[in-house]
Design a protein around this ligand. Structure first.
Ligand code: KG4
Ligand code: ZN
Length: 334
């Protein structure tokens, strides 16, 4: 028997709804991005995000149902991001999901946003265990070990800035538009890593990350150059920063894979769109004989298909939420 899940995602600045069949087949995945509205502020403004979600959610849901060619009779469950994220933004999706679940008498499944990013890979290639995911997004940098479906062990995380956050802050200092990640990525390929920058390895054996020192080093280098009346080629700054980030991400992932004895690696989150990271991780996994899955760009950034895919597994595992489901900005992955 086939299973149809309606997924809803509103944790940050994309309003999205999706219909996914049997956990892996996307029937529709409608994403409305608010980036243009936040650009002039140089980052996501929570109040503006919430208002956009409220304005968009009904149309996006309708479009996902029409494009997916389904009615509520076909739907087995409604999966929605319950956290982490911006509370006002999360609440729009959670309340829409609760209203629909109540009106159509459908089971409700609350999904962790990062579980969604991880399960974007399940749409690409069926997950097999044990595996290790490198999660790199605007709000998270984590190494997540999974011994089975629905079981998440965070074995390393950032102690300060998330990778995407560091990208966006460095980009802002370089005068690039928000979100800066893709701009740095593009420029990095036009330049050379000529500027010496630190790598934060932390203590021996730690799988944690730290990017604030690197970010400050880039900003200081730029200020020092400016004071001396010099200008550093922006492409070289981008290339040097990107090289430092990727070196640490790839090395820690390989060390963790060895310690946890996994031969399967997944890449997840918005920064998984980074061309340099994709290339380097692919080459290193090939060299070490590890199987690597990376989602296509459309499934790397926030979308509801990944929430439906994770929700499908949670639903099969018997996980259910009820009408007390709430937006939880600091929700932990476990
Ligand atoms: O996962 P995501 O869509 O939202 C969160 O859940 O945070 O990630 C957004 C982040 C932003 O910081 C953006 O700059 C970064 O992903 N990003 C990139 C690239 N594309 C998006 N960072 C580096 N290189 C890219 N190509
Ligand atoms: Zn995300």
């Amino acid at each position: 028997m086939s299973q149809i899940i309606l997924g809803i995602e509103t944790s940050c600045d994309e309003t999205s709804a999706s219909i996914v069949k049997n956990g892996r087949e996307i029937l529709s995945n409608v994403v409305s991005s608010q980036i243009e509205s936040h650009k002039r502020f140089g980052g996501v403004v929570p109040e503006i995000a919430s208002r956009h979600h409220v304005e968009q959610i009904t149309y996006i849901l309708e479009q996902a149902m029409v494009e997916g060619n389904v009615t509520f009779d076909d739907i087995d469950a409604i999966a929605v991001t319950e956290g982490p994220g911006l509370v006002g933004a999360l609440l729009v999706g959670v309340n829409a999901a609760k209203a629909l679940a109540f009106a159509h008498k459908k089971p409700l499944v609350g999904v962790h946003h990062i579980a969604g990013h991880i399960y974007a890979n399940h749409i690409v290639e069926e997950l097999t265990f044990p595996l290790l995911t490198l999660v790199v997004s605007g709000g998270h940098t984590e190494l997540v070990y999974m011994k089975d479906h629905g079981s998440f062990e965070v074995i390393g995380e950032t102690r300060d800035d998330a990778v995407g956050e560091a990208y966006d802050k460095v980009a802002r200092t370089l005068g690039l538009p928000y979100p800066g990640g893709p701009h740095i990525d593009r420029l990095a390929h036009e330049g050379d890593a000529t500027i010496p920058l630190p790598r934060a390895w932390l203590e021996e054996g730690s799988f944690d990350f730290s990017f604030s020192g690197l970010k400050s080093a880039v900003i200081n280098t730029l200020h020092n150059a400016k004071q001396k009346g010099e200008t550093l080629p922006v492409e070289n700054v981008a290339a040097s920063f990107q090289e430092s980030v990727i070196e640490v991400l790839v090395k820690k992932t390989m060390d963790a894979a060895e310690e946890k004895k996994v031969d399967r690696i997944l890449l997840a989150g918005g920064v998984a769109a980074n061309k340099g990271l994709r290339r380097e991780l692919t080459a290193t996994c090939e060299e070490k004989g590890l199987r690597l899955t990376i989602p296509p760009l459309s499934l790397c950034t926030d979308n509801a298909a990944m929430i439906a895919a994770a929700g499908s597994i949670m639903y099969d595992l018997g996980r259910r939420s009820d009408d007390r489901l709430n937006g939880r900005p600091g929700l932990e992955l476990k």
